[in-house]
Design a protein around this ligand. Sequence first.
Ligand code: FES
Length: 419
Amino acid sequence: MALRRTIALPRMLRSAARIPMGISGEHRRGLATAVPPVTQDATGSKGPTAMVFLNMGGPSTTAEVEDFLSRLFADGDLIPLGRLQNYLGPLIAKRRTPKIQRQYADIGGGSPIRKWSEYQCAEMCKLLDQLSPESAPHKPYVAFRYAAPLTEEMYAQLLADGFGNGKGGRAVAFTQYPQYSCSTTGSSLNELWKWRTRLEGKRANCDVDATGTIQWSVIDRWPTHPGLIEAFARNIEDQLKTYPEEKRNSVVLLFSAHSLPMSVVNRGDPYPAEVAATVHAVMQRLNFSNPYRLCWQSQVGPSAWLGAQTSDTVQEYVKRGQTDLVLVPIAFTSDHIETLYELDLEVMEEANHPGVKRAESLNGNPIFIQALADLAHDHLRKGELCSLQMTLRCQGCKSERCLEQKKFFAGQKYASLVQ
Ligand code: FES
């Protein structure tokens, strides 16, 4: 499998992976004392709680681009290449590497997504400690699908920090894709489920109480959370203020989200509807102050993808004389190559008009970080394992992995709903 070929297990992971498997009881007891316990405080706290941000990630340096692309094109959940995935994926990755390296060089030498994700998660945890002392301390972790820190590295860190390995502990997988797609959040959860099975799943076969494994729950979507909507709306209002007052209401808002292959859309993926829900909620918050459209960016390869494309949309409107446009990245929670290169350096430069601008990304926005904390607090308070919506598979889904992953995260109560 291509993924196995391209990922070398980090040292920390290799040692963590050995702990639950095939070792004698004596050794197991010895190792158990070497790992700091998940402690409960004297007031009956349910903490610590691991808060794990899931996202696609990006190469922090140009040297990491080929590995990043190899993992990305090996992922059939994201880019379905059929039975030739393991052959075609690495070939496409290799061919695209020099071009993508130049793009990362043009935006400062790497993706800022790790910096922003770590910052957002750490700041959210500080707020959560105040909001939810009963589950404190909240410990921040980031798990990327295609770049460091990878899911397996995050999981090894959790084990090294005293979660699992017989000590249990609670962890929340918090997707940083506000709108659910099986290509993005679904792929990250498949990966988390895979590593959970590899690193912890054998406990039950090793005479160890399976209740000592990490107890996972998932925040799987939040497309219309009021704090998210407020953060987007404020960034749009800030950008609209840069236009003369008499023109302001005629500026077109172009919401732009990452596109999906039509094969994924036609399988019944919920993403297009959830992105549209975000757009509608933002426009409602703005009292429908401006004309707007939703368009889709970052298509790859010759197959059919969901459109209209963002670049075509801008060109078409500019050609028609509508030259006041604000691009709004609506499915990303921080800057990365799709905003800094594709929108800023390709789409806007091609438009070549000062009226074509972009709303700020969420990045370190305090309203956004408060929204993350409110969402997480709500999730912890309700004690839910995942949304009910996550238990329903796509109409065209034939994936055993999806089935097993959803059953695992839905828990005993809702596993029977997953068919
Ligand atoms: Fe959507 Fe499997 S592809 S649930």
